[in-house]
Design a protein around this ligand. Structure first.
Ligand code: CIR
Length: 255
């Protein structure tokens, strides 16, 4: 099942996170990021995962977002090709740090693709085209995933959403949590059960289902009300980390 995991890779925060890419030109404070990150690590442990902690990378401001330079599938790791020049070099470092955790390693070397644009639901992947992921990168990744036995759909990410997964996440084998913008995508509407969050609660749509827990960004009252009926929630405050356009999924690689 897409959300049953045993292991996670997480990178300790770097002080240079304050200079991370931010659509609103905001600068998170390192000390607060450390505190939020430590609660995130605790929640992932509580969900039952063994954590493999990587050392901080000061030369890459956005490097705690380990989901973007790589994606896992079964016991494989695929090293991606992040678009932003300030992030592209992360892939060469993380490759050496994590390759021994996996049976096989694959590479997307042509085009661009970032992990934030890849949603894995059951044996199926949706790759969102965005400002960070282009058609060539999506096709190269799709070829690798298909060879490994997955099915793949390439979809557009609505304009002004950074990554496909910035506003959606897997809840169950056929259920996806979506913001109101993502709820309009024909491909999602016709193929999955969607739980739509109201306008103003977009920040909660990047939640993280792990085993029997659902990690949810704190501070979204309506999302909590909707989801607490069927899911075992762990709320985490990530408001400082959100200043650099990040949510819950991007801070770990799970398998
Ligand atoms: C970036 O713009 O690349 C970072 N500031 C945020 C990356 C968030 N990644 C993700 O949602 N997968």
């Amino acid at each position: 099942m897409t959300y049953n995991f045993n292991n996670a890779i997480i990178r300790k925060p770097n002080q240079s996170i304050q200079n991370g890419l931010s659509s609103q030109n905001l600068h998170p404070q390192y000390e607060i990021v450390l505190e939020e990150h430590s609660n995130y690590v605790k929640a992932i442990k509580e969900a039952g995962l063994k954590i493999n902690l990587l050392e901080p990378l000061e030369e890459y401001p956005d490097s705690i977002f380990v989901e973007d330079p790589a994606v896992t599938y079964k016991s494989n790791i695929i090293i991606l090709n992040p678009f932003d020049p300030s992030r592209n070099g992360e892939k060469d470092i993380i490759k050496n740090e994590i390759k021994d955790f996996f049976d096989s390693i694959f590479f997307v070397e042509d085009g661009f693709v970032e992990g934030g644009d890849i949603l894995n639901i059951s044996n199926h992947f949706i790759i969102g085209l965005s400002d960070r992921t282009n058609k060539l990168g999506a096709e190269k990744l799709s070829n690798i995933l298909k060879r490994l036995g997955a099915t793949v759909e390439i979809c557009e990410t609505p304009k002004d959403i950074l990554h496909f997964k910035s506003e959606c996440s897997v809840l169950d084998n056929d259920t996806i949590l979506v913001s109101s913008k993502m709820a309009k995508l024909d491909y999602l509407k016709s193929n999955f059960n969607l739980i739509e969050l109201p306008i103003g609660e977009e920040g909660a749509s990047n939640s993280l289902r792990i085993n029997d827990k659902l990690l949810l960004p704190d501070g979204f009252v309506k999302a909590e009300e909707i989801l607490s009926k069927n899911y075992n929630l762990i709320k985490i405050n990530v408001s400082e980390i959100a200043k650099v356009d990040a949510g819950l999924s991007c801070m770990s690689l799970r398998w």
